[in-house]
Design a protein around this ligand. Structure first.
Ligand code: NDP
Length: 462
């Protein structure tokens, strides 16, 4: 990547370096030196759309936000990736997310390119009417640049089924077309069953393959203590699936603090997770529940902190599921010290590079402890976009699959994604004696080579 005359884009540069370093440290470029050129080409978005979003708040004031869509790569299919509404949104964050999305989508085995978009609009504290007016204004411009065969956005942080509905309605009005232009739609109007659950369930399905492989088929989620961050879409459904599979969920969090089980026993229950989900629909903080008698007797609430270093007792599995860079190098060491053997990211780029380095340095069982296994978001959280891909297929065929059908397809996709990363790591990275294969290197190489080959066929590089 040539960085001359370009503004600093820390998150994008981090995501690029993470991918590039794993390709460099494998035998890929020795076997196929021409892929260095492909890496240069794939790191520049095909197109970026930036626009003004002007809307009216409840007091009649003019409000202005920035809208973006990064159409990063269309080698494998229409651009595909979520929309994020959060005050921190900027081009660096959307380019990192779009870049990750290219390779994640490739790992699903479905025909989807990579993109990401959103706005610096903050949905917190806004009325439903304000959210509707914002979504309408946002889609009034975005609708000129997307379509079911061009670019198919979905939700991400701050964008739930409600926002998808408002945006879909505006697209339909302006374009006079009912088409599968967004995924994560409502069930009665083209949404797929299991789409809301897909990312969280998918992370857990993926992690279960890690646990089974590393234990020679002897272990599963049953009896495991699982630390989760976040309390939004991904965290909620990951937590529910962990409980269903017999594990204990010992933490959840939000942008204001962490809610953690008191002591070394116990788990969040399904009802408690449903209560958290209900307050999140109202865009409230978990601190509100933490102060109630039922929660304060069972949990400790730690304001302003992430869960990783605040859990009492053993941690077996960590599923970061809130936002990027939410596990630091020091926190990675603390997780390992607490016994954590499996880390799988529900969030995109949940771990800093320092944290990844700590996890990756512990893949060898004989290094004074048990082996630690890390799965990057682009593999572990691919279930969400995979079911979005299944939603596109159902929309195109004008049919609806059952929950069971979609869930089985999701399970198969997560299994293939795990096995693909594993086999590719075994092919391109020589592991140290007794070491588990690097899922980060394997997944990066598998996703990258698939996209690079398609781009070569299209004449994008030569
Ligand atoms: P939600 O908006 O539903 O939830 C986000 C959660 O993370 C909330 O608990 C939020 O807290 C917390 N959070 C947001 N920003 C920060 C921050 N800066 N610091 C600490 N906590 C924060 O989003 P999702 O659950 O959909 O997304 C979570 C992660 O998963 C993101 O990284 C997203 O890109 C990734 N992802 C999501 C997919 C999906 O299908 N939804 C698919 C693949 C990846 P609060 O409530 O206080 O805002």
């Amino acid at each position: 990547m040539t960085a001359q005359n370009l503004p600093s884009e820390p998150e994008f540069e981090q995501a690029y370096k993470e991918l590039a370093s794993t390709l460099e440290n494998s035998t890929l470029f020795q076997k196929k030196p021409e892929y260095r050129k492909a890496l240069q080409v794939v790191s520049v978005p095909e197109r970026i759309v930036q626009f003004r979003v002007v809307w009216e708040d409840d007091a009649g004031n003019v409000q202005i936000n920035r809208g973006f869509r990064v159409q990063f790569n269309s080698a494998l299919g229409p651009y595909k990736g979520g929309l994020r509404f959060h005050p921190s949104v900027n081009l660096s964050i959307l380019k990192f997310l779009g870049f990750e999305q290219i390779f994640k989508n490739a790992l699903t085995g479905l025909n989807m390119g990579g993109g990401k978009g959103g706005s610096d609009f903050d949905p917190k504290g806004k009325s439903d009417n304000e959210i509707r007016r914002f979504c309408v204004a946002f889609m009034t411009e975005l609708c000129k640049h997307i379509g079911q065969d061009t670019d198919v956005p979905a939700g991400d942080i701050g964008v739930t089924g409600r926002e998808v509905g408002f945006m879909f309605g505006q697209y339909k009005k302006i374009r006079n077309q009912w088409e599968g232009v967004l995924t994560g739609k409502g069930g009665s109007w083209g949404g797929s069953l299991i789409r809301p659950e897909a990312t969280g369930y998918g992370v857990v399905y993926y992690t279960e393959h890690m646990i089974k492989y590393a234990s020679g088929g002897k272990e599963s989620f049953a009896g495991k203590r699982v630390a989760i961050s976040g309390s939004g879409n991904v965290a909620q459904y990951a937590a529910l699936k962990v409980i269903e599979l017999g594990g204990s969920v010992v933490s959840l969090s939000d942008s204001q603090g962490s809610l953690i089980i008191n002591g070394e026993e116990g788990s969040f229950t399904e009802e408690e997770i449903n209560q958290i989900a209900a307050i999140k629909v109202e865009r409230k903080q978990i601190s509100e529940l933490a102060s109630t008698a039922a929660f304060s007797s069972k949990f400790k609430y730690i304001p302003g902190a992430r869960p990783w270093t605040n859990i009492t007792g053993r941690i077996d599995v960590a599923l970061p599921s809130a936002t990027q860079n939410e596990v630091s190098g020091e926190e990675a060491k603390a997780l390992i010290a607490a016994g954590c053997k499996f880390i799988a990211e529900g969030s995109n780029m949940g771990s800093t590079q320092e944290a990844i380095d700590v996890f990756e340095a512990h893949r060898e069982a004989n290094k004074g402890g048990e082996a630690i296994w890390y799965a990057p978001g682009k593999a572990a959280n691919a279930g969400g976009v995979a079911v979005s891909g299944l939603e596109m297929a159902q929309n195109s065929a004008r049919i609806n699959w059952t929950r069971e059908e979609v869930d089985n397809r999701l399970k198969n996709i997560m299994e293939d994604c795990f096995k693909n990363g594993l086999a590719t790591a075994q092919e391109y990275v020589t592991p140290a004696e007794g070491s588990l294969p690097s899922l980060v290197a394997g997944s990066n190489i598998a996703g990258f080579t698939k996209v690079a080959e398609a781009m070569k066929d299209h004449g994008d590089w030569w």
